[in-house]
Design a protein around this ligand. Structure first.
Ligand code: SAM
Length: 286
């Protein structure tokens, strides 16, 4: 477990992932009934952008840094503002210092009846995350292998909610693991929403991933990819991907408004492009 998210916090991939996460949780708020978010690979929850790790890469400057300085059309700004308000509320003196990770973003969006389960396997990170939410009865921090949550923790007792799966992709086979875990988890919680993050580095691997997802037979799988560079021969992070199973019916239209604007702000190369399409729609083939 060498991966340290602190080097990458607030980069373009985090920003896109967290904007989608915010839209998903906001949709869950539309009904009064309680929901639960399960964050299987939660990280430490709050990142110091002036810390040693972030300072070594400065990736955040081309992510949240660019976003905070950009001007958006009103329809884009309206969809972004809940996320940007959360980021700003973590930086009340005006300077950008703290970037909220997924569990902290979700925590900002919980109502009194809602709950968050945050799993983190790295002992030091789990301890930091536990300290962040110490005494918070709505958040349960668990030092545990997040993949296990795709089985034993489902369905949540609230019977409504979102499972965010954001693994570090530091070992081979992570794409296969995502597909296998989703297939298992969907059997236990077929009405839940699942958001699976993946890196766009090796296009062939990403294509195989989409085919394997289609082969699961699970309906309603939306694919989103935002590229910042054209495909390269060298393996490097050219884009950020998110699969959403059972997306809210509003999400596709929201992303079609957001992605052109985000692509313009975050891209490193002209015409790097983006994708919002269905790996599988409503119907399941016989
Ligand atoms: N979701 C976080 C966010 O958006 O702020 C970032 C998570 S980071 C990409 C991946 C995290 O997963 C790291 O903190 C790493 O220590 C942790 N991790 C690695 N393997 C894990 C496992 N099997 N179960 C749970 N956490 C794991």
């Amino acid at each position: 477990m060498n991966y340290r998210h602190a080097y990458h916090a607030g980069n373009f991939a985090d920003v896109v992932k967290h904007i989608i996460l915010t839209r998903l949780v906001l949709y869950l708020q539309r009904k009064e009934q309680a929901f639960r978010v399960i964050d299987t690979h939660a990280g430490i929850g709050r990142y110091d952008l002036k810390g040693v790790e972030a300072g070594k890469t400065n990736e955040w400057q081309n992510g949240i840094g660019r976003l905070l300085e950009a001007k958006f059309d009103p329809d884009v700004a309206a969809l972004l503002s809940p996320y940007l308000d959360i980021v700003r509320s973590e930086n009340t003196d005006g300077a950008m210092r703290h970037y909220p990770g997924s569990p902290l973003i979700v925590r900002h969006l919980l109502r009194r009846q809602d709950r968050l389960s945050a799993l983190e396997l790295h002992p030091r990170d789990a301890e930091q995350l536990g300290d962040l939410f110490a005494g918070d009865v709505q958040v349960r921090v668990i030092e545990l292998d997040g993949w296990l949550a795709m089985g034993a923790h489902l369905p949540p007792k609230e019977k409504r909610g979102l499972v965010l799966v954001d693994p570090p992709f530091e070992v081979a086979g992570e794409f296969d693991r995502l597909v296998d875990s989703l297939a298992k988890a969907h059997k236990r919680f077929s009405g839940g929403t699942f958001a699976l993050w993946y890196p766009v580095k090796d296009r062939q691997e990403v294509r195989r991933f989409a085919e394997a997802l289609r082969d699961t037979g699970i309906p309603k799988i939306l694919r989103t990819e935002l590229m910042i560079r054209a495909p390269s021969a060298e393996p490097r992070l050219d884009g950020t991907g998110m699969i959403i199973v059972n997306p809210p019916f509003t999400l596709e239209a929201e992303l079609r408004i957001l992605f052109p604007a985000l692509s313009k702000i975050l891209t490193e190369e002209k015409n790097a492009g983006f994708t919002v399409d269905w790996v599988r729609g409503e119907q399941v083939d016989a």
